[in-house]
Design a binder for this molecule. Structure first.
Ligand SMILES: NC(=O)c1ccc[n+]([C@@H]2O[C@H](COP(=O)([O-])OP(=O)(O)OC[C@H]3O[C@@H](n4cnc5c(N)ncnc54)[C@H](OP(=O)(O)O)[C@@H]3O)[C@@H](O)[C@H]2O)c1
Length: 223
């Protein structure tokens, strides 16, 4: 049987790149979704797929390519995201900034799921990389646009999980913890490897029947 095909979005750097690298080692056919293939630092063993998750036409084109090349997708890791409002507060939050953040962090994963679900079979998985910042059970005032977008991604995860349950496709959200990447910054306590481990648990280790949950380091966390 040919290797399972996984698409990791936002794989040019940070956690997406590390997850893609590790999945090559696990024997997957890895498609690294990046919006600037020419600027991508080489990553041995991955196939680079041009993909801007904020651009519906780009998602459609990527899905057509995957359908024509492989005829299927086994795992979709919705990892790409932006954090634009590190210093804003909700009372002065700019509506355009919120809209841009939602386009990438929530509408992107929705459109990707819509485009790729038709080529997913029983046992396939969708992993939405969310954040503790999206937990309604842990209120905060930090980065409202980003946090609202991750709460919306969590809600999307539950909707997709219910919709795809009859087809045996698992959909879960995962928090990698606070990780030293461009987004997390140098002060973050977690290494790239630790953050990627949290995401990879859902790809490699979680029982395929687990769906509709929010996870960190293989343990369920509250919404
Ligand atoms: N780092 C943390 O502490 C932390 C904590 C909780 C959750 N997370 C989540 O973990 C995931 C990865 O974060 P990270 O820390 O690795 O972030 P990062 O270092 O900022 O990398 C973000 C990645 O997303 C890509 N991206 C952004 N917008 C895109 C678009 N429209 N289309 C395609 N790719 C796009 C970037 O591509 P370009 O190179 O083209 O910009 C880059 O590859 C995100 O979902 C983030 O919210 C991170």
């Amino acid at each position: 049987m040919s290797a399972a095909v996984v698409l990791v979005t936002g794989a040019s750097r940070g956690l997406g790149r590390e997850v893609a690298r590790r999945l090559v080692d696990e024997g997957f056919t890895v498609l690294a979704g990046v919006r600037d293939p020419a600027g991508m630092k080489p990553l041995p063993g991955v196939e680079v797929l041009c993909l801007d998750v904020a651009d519906p036409a780009s998602i459609t084109a990527a899905a057509t390519t995957v359908q024509e090349r492989f005829g299927r997708l086994d795992v979709l890791v919705n990892n790409a995201a932006i954090l634009l409002d590190d210093r804003s507060d909700v009372l002065s939050l700019d509506g355009d900034l919120l809209q841009r953040t939602l386009e990438t962090n929530c509408l992107g994963p929705l459109r990707l799921a819509q485009a790729f679900a038709p080529m997913m079979a029983r046992g396939a998985r969708i992993v939405n990389v969310s954040s503790g910042g999206g937990q309604l059970s842990v209120p905060s005032t930090w980065s409202p646009a980003y946090c609202i977008s991750k709460t919306a991604l969590n809600a999307l995860t539950v909707q997709l999980a219910e919709a795809l349950k009859p087809r045996g496709i698992a959909v879960n959200a995962v928090c990698p913890g606070w990780v030293r990447t461009d987004m997390g910054g140098p002060e973050a306590p977690r290494s790239l490897q630790q953050g990627a481990d949290s995401i990879l648990w859902l790809v490699l280790k979680a029982n395929p029947g687990l769906t509709g949950g929010f996870w960190r380091d293989g343990a369920q966390i509250p919404w």
